[in-house]
Design a protein around this ligand. Structure first.
Ligand code: COA
Length: 246
């Protein structure tokens, strides 16, 4: 049990709150270990994940105090990269509620989510080159996929931090709401997802994450499995019966 990653389990979803506000939720090894343990639990028992941060901050990046001491072998081990990639590949959707700063590794953790909701105080970007490193935990491919190459290049090459309006306009967040409302919206989305067929949701996520060259074969294979599923039969029959009953 980590003291800096607070986990609440609900029937429809799990909420994980980065809770190290005195360090602006900087992601240190303890947090990475706790995120891996959370992934293991969600891989065993798939459920939508809501990721958020305590104290008016999402996460101000990787922990610079630890980062300074890391060497080439640590870079190659991809401490944050592997962790965020595992979050990205969780079977069920991941929703990030991003309040305040999401910088560097904090931004990359948000980029790993499937759905991002911001708050009016959002400040998101990648100042890594100012610290003498690159954003190697997802920004160079994920941010480009999300906002397109021109804006991703500007953010990554200049360290420009976007506010909530700019992030919304760029599609980096799809909604902006006050913190309590943003959490309520995320919970509403999680409940909505929980009412759908989990096998279809997980298949959709796998297809969404597949590389371009895997399509359309992967879609057809996923669909082939679902076409044989009793749940598809049940859901489609229920729809048709409802129509008939009217
Ligand atoms: N790593 C380690 N510690 C961090 C941190 C990080 N990424 N971000 C903040 N902290 C620590 C500060 O060192 C400070 O610790 P202290 O109280 O022991 O001195 C504490 O968190 C509060 O930070 P502070 O800078 O005083 O808060 P602020 O509200 O004035 O500013 C930020 C907030 C996010 C603008 C500022 O902390 C910041 O720029 N952080 C680094 C952002 C960054 O470069 N991230 C990329 C890392 S890859």
């Amino acid at each position: 049990m980590s003291e800096t990653l607070r986990i609440q389990r609900h029937d429809t979803h799990v909420t994980a709150t980065l809770d190290r506000p005195e360090k602006r939720n900087a992601i240190d090894q303890d947090l990475v270990d706790a995120l891996h343990a959370l992934c293991e639990a969600l891989e065993d028992e798939p459920r939508t994940l809501i990721l958020t941060g305590a104290g008016g901050t999402f996460a101000a990046g990787a922990d610079i105090a630890q980062l300074r001491g890391r060497r080439a072998a640590d870079a190659r081990a991809g401490i944050n990269t592997r962790c965020f990639e595992r979050i990205r590949r969780l079977p069920m959707p991941v929703i990030a509620v991003i309040d305040g700063y999401a910088l560097g590794g904090g931004a990359e953790l948000a980029y790993a989510a499937d759905i991002r909701i911001g708050t009016p105080s959002l400040k998101i970007g990648n100042p890594e080159t100012g610290l003498g490193i690159i954003a190697a935990a997802g920004a160079t491919w994920r941010l480009r996929e999300i906002v397109g190459e021109p804006l991703a290049a500007e953010i990554l090459l200049t360290g420009r931090v976007l506010d909530a309006d700019e992030a919304l306009a760029a599609g980096l967040v799809t909604r902006v709401a006050e913190p309590t409302e943003a959490m309520a919206e995320a919970e509403g989305i999680a409940r909505r997802i929980a009412a759908l067929d989990p096998a279809a949701t997980q298949a959709t996520k796998r297809a969404l994450l597949a590389p371009r060259e895997a399509h359309p074969d992967i879609d057809l294979e996923e669909q082939a499995v679902l076409f044989e599923s009793p749940e598809k039969e049940r859901r489609m029959t229920a729809f048709l019966e409802r129509k008939k009953a009217r």
